[in-house]
Design a protein. Structure first.
Length: 419
């Protein structure tokens, strides 16, 4: 984009101003939404490249349009790197995002009406894991397990009972709001008992699996792993389905022509770059730091009166019970933190008595702040600013002073790709 900035500014200042406004917002605030990150400048280059001009329906070597010499090469690079990084036999890198990626798996491996066992939405599962408001929730019969109220753990006796009773065709684990690693061996044993496929949606934490600080479901014999490319992996927006050779053709047919038309080749070039970076030793350091930062932020919040779901974290994410800790619902907490430049998101907590748009907690995470180079001591500062803001919701003088401190800290940690 940088090469064409001046051109855009001249020809369409209205859109240009939204982009430069967003750059300023990203630079001068601290991104704590756990699903967000700052991608590599090289990925921004790929996204703004001429690959966006190209139609490439089909797969490398089997396309429906001519002129595929370079699209084939770049998609093959992305597929090979994905397999090397996650230790699997096949990768489909064409899903346009995380939601179609999961839909492609359900529709490719199952028949409408089949049963899927997945994590309950309010306990951390994703919308695409069968929430009644989603189309997939209507098309398949989702039965949903919950976490233990006492410690947030998953009770595998209960999950097994549900599986024996409901005979799912697919056992799905993975989450969008749960701060712990998963016992894949336990899920796999239950799935084997009822003859179900096993699938993990690692969208949130795939970067930590790649960096070897969280377990890899393929080490436990899982059939399918899906992941977005834009969260902890730091890539462009997109999705990937990883699986065995045996399932490859079912999955590929389901993505195209089953669900989608032409893939976004500019994003696939970005995914190839992202996976190349994740194969470097430095990415492991990044994953280690994401985790260390999350633990430091969690401890500092708890030291200052914050109640965290499950009492801490094993990953990049924390769920803070704002109502219990500070007497504020999640929406109010999110808005207050926004005013000081700390971006989080309101979050329903297990069996939340409050409605989804005014839930009882907020969710936060460390992938983006770690990309900027922040370390444990910075996390302690963030926790201090957060708790001071939430404990003093009406003290605008204090908020203004914290806002200045946030901007000052940000100036030492530039966002990659923003000059
Ligand atoms: C983010 C996410 C998705 C969906 O990704 P989109 O790109 O928003 O469609 C799916 N599953 C999980 C677990 C996620 O966290």
């Amino acid at each position: 984009m940088s090469a064409y900035r001046d051109l855009l500014q001249q020809t369409d200042p209205e859109v240009f101003n939204t982009i430069s406004g967003e750059e300023k917002r990203q630079s001068e605030g601290i991104e704590l939404i756990p699903s967000e990150n700052y991608t590599y400048p090289e990925v921004l280059c790929a996204l703004g490249s001429v690959f966006t001009n190209k139609y490439s329906e089909g797969y490398p070597g089997r396309r429906y349009y001519g002129g595929q010499e370079f699209t084939d090469q770049v998609e093959e690079l992305a597929r090979q790197r994905a397999c090397e990084l996650f230790g699997c036999e096949h990768a489909n890198v064409q899903p346009l995002s995380g939601s179609p990626m999961n839909q492609a798996v359900y529709l490719g491996l199952l028949e409408p009406g089949d049963t899927i066992l997945a994590m309950d939405l309010s306990h951390g599962g994703h919308l695409t894991h069968g929430a009644p408001v989603s189309h997939m929730g209507g098309l398949f019969n989702f039965v949903r397990y919950k976490t233990n109220p006492a410690d947030g753990s998953i009770d595998f006796d209960k999950v097994r009972d549900m599986a024996l009773k409901n005979k799912p065709k697919l056992v799905l684990c993975g989450y969008t709001s749960y701060p712990r690693d998963l016992d894949y061996a336990a899920f796999k044993a239950i799935a084997d008992e009822v003859g179900a496929y096993t699938m993990t949606d690692a969208s949130h934490y795939a970067g930590l699996v790649a960096g070897k600080v969280m377990r890899n479901p393929f080490d436990f014999g899982f059939d399918v792993v899906t992941t977005t490319s834009h969260k902890s992996l730091r890539g462009p927006r997109g999705g990937m389905v990883l699986c065995s050779k045996e399932l490859a053709s079912k999955i590929d047919k389901s993505v195209f022509p089953g669900l989608q038309g032409g893939p976004h080749m500019n994003a696939i070039a970005g995914i190839a770059i992202t996976l190349g970076k994740a194969l470097q030793p430095e990415f492991r350091d990044y994953a280690v730091q994401v985790l260390a930062n999350a633990k430091a932020l969690g401890k500092a919040l708890m030291d200052r009166g914050g109640d965290l779901i499950t009492g801490g974290t094993d990953n990049h994410m924390l769920v803070l019970e704002t109502r219990k800790s500070f007497g504020l619902d999640g929406r109010t907490a999110e808005e207050l933190l926004d005013t000081v430049g700390l971006t989080t998101n309101k979050q329903i907590i297990p069996d939340d008595p409050n409605p989804p748009l005014r839930p009882s907690g907020i969710r936060m995470g460390t992938p983006a702040a770690t990309t900027r180079g922040m370390k444990e001591e910075d996390m302690v500062m963030l926790a201090k600013w957060m708790t001071e803001t939430l404990k003093n919701p009406d003290d605008t003088t204090k908020h203004e002073s914290i806002r200045r401190d946030v901007v000052a800290l940000c100036s030492s940690f530039p966002v990659p790709g923003i000059s």
